[in-house]
Design a protein around this ligand. Structure first.
Ligand code: HAM
Length: 434
């Protein structure tokens, strides 16, 4: 009687909950995303800047805001005897810190920077929401607070989406005013919500006194009807903010960048003023409401972290979400590009020459797979078959003496012996015809 295969126990060690790991199969999509981002950065003249993953906690308390979810609930702390650090939850505050630290205000303005890298937020993990995720961000620092830059960052983001094959993305836009009009807007919101205090969720009750703008961001069912009737920010903008908003949208119209007004878009950070926006990709799982990216203007952030006032704005994409979208749209190539050919050695003498033969192919940029640790011909063929490879190269003792190699098509079973010096040329011809 055949022995039943034993059920394998799950491995003892698993990745930490909420940590997104890139498996080899998905890696080509990530490579594509990196390449598209780098290309856009080059085109629009953004320079790469990578800040540390560990930052001082207070940087985010000051920049992102004491009462925001990120600061109150989501930061990962690292403690040493004398310090309290965090794993950075986002990339903008560190970039502004670096602008000040490295004296970038003395460079020609504005300074345009971009970055890739992991960010950490202790959120409830779910599809598209991770505790370790990767962002790519673009920031324009210093110079003039001209709305042309608000349009330019959106254009960069749109070019990236389009180059990734995401052509149906939509952008929500809003203005949240400035120091002049925000107190007035907040007063109106507080006055309205005070009359509804008993009906809103506990978080919103706290927001009324601590962070009224966040009232508009509440996703709880019981708050939706109340939110609909709330005073809108746009109605209370000062004239400078209204002009800025109008000019920004006119640039977008001119550039044919699509957008839709969203009165309740406020974003989850205290550093924004005026321009805020979020990108959504339609026709995908991400329609669950998760944005693929977001950003805005932060003209007060330099001051908030101890620098001289200077404007700033930018956006960041969540790379896991972007990759998930391109995966679903099957625009990114799906599975990893398979190797075209598999190299098989038979016998010790042939094995000794294997690495040299593989190099001949690699030098010509021909991807080749092999299983050098397995000596049995049958086992190597099974592996090649499993990988879905059609063409195998078989190199045995006879071939060593003849300076030849067998090229076999596993699908048709046809095989041919060719001279080693002709191998590259013959392989290229077959790959072309595959
Ligand atoms: P954010 O909206 O918090 O903005 O994040 C940007 C993007 O990162 C989101 O739209 C989303 O795609 C992705 N993301 C955020 N949290 C998670 C998560 N837990 N799991 C997976 N993906 C996530 C910022 O971080 C700002 N620093 C953007 C910015 C740059 N504003 C101005 N410049």
């Amino acid at each position: 009687m055949e022995e039943k295969p034993k059920k394998q126990k799950p491995p003892t060690w698993q990745s930490v909950t909420g940590v997104y790991e890139i498996l080899p199969e998905e890696a080509p999509l990530w490579e594509k995303a990196y390449a598209v981002v780098k290309n856009a950065a080059q085109f629009y003249d953004f320079k790469r800047m990578e800040t540390g993953i560990i930052e001082n906690a207070d940087l985010f308390t000051r920049a992102v805001g004491e009462d925001t979810d990120i600061v109150t609930k989501e930061m990962f702390f690292i403690r040493s005897r004398s310090h309290r650090w965090v794993l950075r939850p986002e990339g903008t505050a560190p970039i502004v810190r670096a602008y000040l630290q490295y004296g970038m205000s003395a460079w020609p303005q504005p300074v345009k920077l971009y970055y890739f890298g992991p960010m950490f937020r202790h959120e409830k993990p779910q599809a598209g929401r991770y505790r370790q995720m990767q962002q790519t961000g673009f920031e324009i620092l210093g110079g003039e607070p001209d709305p042309i830059f608000d349009a330019q960052v959106m254009l960069v983001a749109f070019r990236i989406l389009r180059d990734l094959g995401i052509k149906d993305a939509v952008t929500d836009v809003n203005s949240i005013g400035c120091r002049v009009c925000q107190p007035n807007i907040k007063r109106k919101l507080v006055a309205y919500y005070k009359t509804k205090e008993s009906k809103v969720c506990p978080d919103c009750r706290t927001r009324i006194s601590r962070n009224p703008f966040r009232l508009l961001d509440c996703k709880r069912e019981e708050c939706q009807e109340i939110k609909k009737e709330a005073p809108t920010i746009l109605d209370s903008l000062c004239s400078a903010c209204k002009t800025h908003f109008r000019d920004w949208l006119e640039y977008l119209d001119e550039l044919k960048v699509p957008y839709r007004l969203n009165n309740s878009l406020v974003r989850g950070f205290d550093y924004y003023n005026r321009t805020v926006f979020e990108f959504f990709a339609s026709g995908t799982k991400e329609e669950s409401g998760l944005a693929v990216g977001g950003g805005g203007r932060y003209d007060y952030l330099m001051e908030m972290v101890g620098g001289r006032p200077a404007p700033g704005l930018g956006f960041a994409f969540g790379l896991e979400r972007l990759v998930s979208v391109i995966k679903e749209k099957k625009n990114g190539g799906g599975r990893a590009r398979r190797q075209h050919i598999f190299f098989i050695h038979v016998g010790d003498v042939a094995k000794k020459r294997s690495l040299g033969i593989l190099e001949m192919l690699r030098k010509e940029n021909i991807p080749v797979a092999a299983s050098l640790g397995k000596d049995a011909l049958g086992k190597q063929i099974v592996l090649a078959d499993k990988e879905g490879i059609e063409i195998v190269l078989i190199f045995g003792q006879k071939e060593v003496y003849e300076e030849s190699i067998i090229i076999k098509n596993l699908k048709t079973g046809i095989q041919e012996t060719v001279l080693l010096r002709k191998m590259v040329e013959e392989v290229k011809r077959r790959i072309k015809n595959e």
